[in-house]
Design a protein around this ligand. Structure first.
Ligand code: EPU
Length: 437
């Protein structure tokens, strides 16, 4: 089925109500699967989200000789790496495929991996990753769309590395490469995202000795024995939780978001509370009541964790439409991530975008129409806009949603949204597509 032929039909104006269970984290599992490749034996990831990015990972693993089986929200990984080169077929689909540079370098001291793909959200250089590799004495060369790396000495010695920016992917690659070093490595200005902590926990269960993950300084000791794959539960997806939190809020809804770690999205929770949403926190649940929300304007600065996540920044723009006054949304991480504004213009939204900042006057009326999402968060933020728009909207770009959101449409139906998957001109009975590869 072509992506241009399937779309979501949303009738706006309904208040979302009810409980919803959050799935495992996309960005975590996309780092945990490459991490598993460094070990031997069988590895099991539970609470695995059923998303097409995991299917793309499966394709990459098969190319290097590793088996991945996904069943009932569990991913099993077995086999040994037998190749140190990857083709463009699957690598070009996801950004996290650049972690195979770290995996192959740690195993063989040599890697040839195509430049990775992923969301089209502006320029996404890999200079920090290459800087990390160079520090370990690894020569790097980007040629004809491939990144070619080779260690001058293998195994290499541990290094002290300072990242010019706390890049999530570069921190992950640094941990992978450092885990194979002969002596201690230290990463300064490391990313502090929960996905980094999740990866370090898995590496430690496999036999590594990593301390400091979740802070800006990470220490990685040399291995005492071979890494052995382990069982690990993927953390809940903080971005999915933030998405539904914002959707409940904007529709004056009420309900409970279950199976989350509230500290992972405190930035979103506090902005919504300041705006007038009633939020109560339990250990693993967030209880939301926006039925009497004042919708005070919001000031959002997308920053590395624990700042407001750049991935939820487009949703903040939609929320701002409902506020009583001028909101500002700034993204200094992905400074060009404002494509959703063009599509929302078609729904009647007016905004002033002086990148990396957008100003949005509140109390705007959106009208349903046809819009196209060209990355995961953009597509879902358009669904959020459609939920408050008057009339019917058609949202194209469904395959992007399936890349990162598990059972998205059914979860919205569970909350009472008037949403259905449509194919050409016929609305199909609701059945969630699991992969659109
Ligand atoms: N950057 C560089 N050079 C580098 C690496 C990054 O300049 O070598 C810049 C990027 O261009 C960007 C910023 O640093 O402006 C942050 O990039 P980072 O490396 O932290 O991001 P990433 O590892 O490529 C992950 C998530 C993204 C999320 C970012 C930021 C995964 C698979 N992806 O990407 O998630 O936006 O961190 O938090 O973990 C999404 O889920 O929708 C998504 C795009």
């Amino acid at each position: 089925m072509l992506d241009s032929e399937t779309y979501l039909k949303v009738n706006g104006g309904k208040s979302l109500q009810g409980n919803i269970e959050i799935s495992g984290s996309k960005n975590s599992i996309l780092a945990l699967i490459p991490t598993m490749c460094l070990g031997e034996g069988e590895g099991v990831l539970t609470n695995a989200p059923e998303i097409s990015d995991v299917e793309a990972m499966k394709g990459i693993l098969e190319e290097i000789g590793i088996q991945l089986i996904c069943e009932n929200k569990t991913v099993r990984i077995t086999g040994d790496i037998v190749y140190n080169e990857l083709s463009k077929q699957y690598v070009s689909k996801i950004r996290a495929s650049n972690l195979f540079l770290g995996v192959l370098l740690a195993r063989f001291g040599k890697a040839i991996v195509p430049l990775s793909g992923g969301d089209k959200i502006g320029n996404r250089p890999i200079d920090i990753h290459l800087h990390v590799f160079n520090k370990f004495g690894i020569k790097t060369n980007v040629e004809d769309g491939f990144v070619k790396c080779e260690a001058t000495q293998f195994p290499y010695k541990g290094q002290t590395i300072f990242l010019r920016f706390p890049s999530v992917g570069a921190t992950e690659n640094a941990m992978l490469v450092a885990s194979a070093a002969e002596s201690e490595s230290i990463i300064y200005n490391a990313a502090m995202e929960p996905e980094i902590v999740d990866m370090a926990i898995l590496l430690n269960s496999m036999g590594a000795n990593i301390t400091g993950a979740g802070t800006s300084v990470i220490h990685i000791q040399p291995l005492k024995q071979k890494l052995m794959r382990a069982n690990h539960e993927v953390i809940p997806d903080r971005l999915e939780a933030g998405t539904f939190l914002l959707m409940l809020a904007i529709t004056n809804g009420r309900g409970m978001i279950k199976h989350v770690i509230p500290e992972h999205i405190m930035s979103v929770i506090s902005i919504l509370m300041d705006s007038g949403v009633d939020i109560k926190l339990e250990e693993h649940n967030i209880i939301v009541d926006a039925t009497n929300c004042k919708f005070d304007p919001i000031q959002v600065d997308a920053l590395p964790f624990p700042g407001f996540p750049t991935d939820l920044q487009p949703f903040a723009s939609v929320y701002a439409v409902k506020c009583n006054g001028k909101s500002t949304i700034k993204d200094t991480i992905h400074t060009e991530r404002f494509h959703h504004l063009y599509e929302m213009n078609k729904m009647g939204m007016v905004s002033t975008n002086i990148s990396p900042m957008v100003m949005i006057m509140g109390k705007q009326k959106l009208t349903g129409t046809s819009v196209i999402g060209s990355d995961i968060r953009m597509a879902v933020s358009l669904v959020m806009a459609a939920l408050i728009a008057e009339g019917e909207s058609n949202i194209y770009g469904l395959s992007h949603i399936y890349r990162g959101y598990d059972n998205f449409v059914n979860k919205l139906i569970q909350l009472g949204a008037d949403i259905s998957i449509a194919y050409k001109d016929t609305i199909e009975p609701i059945k969630e597509l699991k992969t659109v590869l």
